[in-house]
Design a protein around this ligand. Structure first.
Ligand code: MG
Length: 356
């Protein structure tokens, strides 16, 4: 297989702010794998500095992967995932891009969609939340109004006036609220705020505390009626057992865990520990969002809106109507270029329109 890759700068529709950072552009990398029979698999890395990755680290891994992949058999998905995990343990987003591209390629070779390759059937009733980033109250109200078609909103919290903001947002929408604190609270703060949130139609709270605060999670869970999930705390399957009994559920992301194969291992591990499962995302194009969407038959909660937050998604894949996801009909991921060009023309497209 030949590997090529291109930087993809995704422009956010609104400046994206969470408890610990703000950004206008998400710098991702698209990966293309081409086998000797001409079949092309596409993948994407959406690296985050929080987990120690960026475009430079991703491209470094990809450069070192070219020779490893040249003789590889695309059907040896387990061997390849293990090889890359051992070689690049801290580069989950880079590994996810390769893993997604391999699954896309295998699906295309077998002429079946990815969900079918995974032994799943397409569900039609799966609804994603839509994210409302931190902003002034006026702008958050405007974002909620713009998102009025979505029955579930994920409200970013973890700032001083977050409860007052939730109260104001509650006045203008009946949508279900999921609140993502992105590590922004202390234990005392959480106990106080969760009490108030019970009356505000909050379905669950995600990652209230800094990474590693298992004792605080146990305490808050004993006190609060609202289910507590962790996201930043759990990267892959090995991180899950320590949180058994401390939380209600986990948020799985392809970019944290290294791809589809590890995400499935996480799903089974979490189930064995009685945990609920959310599948989430970073700011990503339709390539990797669609890859994650193929796993939705296996999860309880969906937060796959990264491609809806950007203004220049060059790809088409999973579609979202009033929050409801529909997988594309094609083989593999079922992703295509919005321009109508062949997938392997991405490089040309990228050079002309987005990349510096
Ligand atoms: Mg989160």
């Amino acid at each position: 297989m030949n590997l090529s890759y291109y930087p993809l700068d995704l422009k956010l529709k609104h400046t994206f702010q969470i408890a610990r950072e703000t950004r206008d552009i998400q710098k991702n990398v698209v990966v293309l794998l081409k086998d000797t029979d001409g079949v092309v698999g596409v993948g994407e890395a959406a690296p985050t500095r929080f987990f120690g990755e960026d475009v430079e680290s991703v491209t470094r891994v990809l450069d070192q992967s070219i020779d490893l992949l040249r003789q590889a058999n695309p059907f040896h998905l387990e061997d390849t995932a293990l090889l890359f995990k051992n070689r690049f343990p801290g580069d989950a987003a880079a590994r996810a891009a390769l893993d997604i591209a391999l699954y896309d390629m295998v699906g295309k070779k077998l002429k079946i969609p990815l969900y079918q390759l995974l032994g799943l059937k397409q569900h039609t009733a799966k609804v994603t939340s839509f994210t409302i980033g931190i902003d002034t109250l006026e702008k958050m109200c405007k974002k909620v109004d713009e998102a009025k078609d979505f029955p579930i909103l994920k409200i970013k919290a973890g700032f001083k006036e977050d409860i007052e903001t939730l109260r104001e947002l509650r006045k203008i929408t009946k949508a279900v609220f999921r609140v993502d604190v992105n590590t922004g609270w202390s234990l005392d703060e959480a106990i106080k705020k969760l009490d108030i949130m019970e009356g505000l139609g909050v379905e669950l709270v995600e990652q209230p505390f800094p990474v590693g605060s298992i004792d605080a999670l146990r305490k808050v869970r004993r006190h609060a009626k609202i289910p507590v999930f962790v996201d930043e705390d759990i990267k892959d399957a090995k991180d899950i057992p320590a949180f058994s009994g401390a939380v209600d559920g986990i948020n799985i992301k392809l970019m944290k865990c290294g791809g589809i194969r590890e995400a499935i291992r996480m799903i089974h591990t979490a189930r064995a520990h009685g945990l609920k499962i959310m599948i989430g995302c970073n700011i990503e194009s339709s390539v990797s969002i669609t890859a994650a969407a193929h796993l939705t038959p296996l999860v309880d909660y969906i937060d796959l809106d990264g491609h809806l937050l950007i203004a220049n998604d060059p790809y088409m894949g999973v579609t979202v109507d009033k929050g409801r996801l529909t997988l594309p009909a094609g083989e593999g991921l079922g992703v295509s270029l919005r321009s109508g060009e062949n997938l392997s023309s991405s490089q040309e497209w990228c050079r002309q329109t987005v990349c510096p």
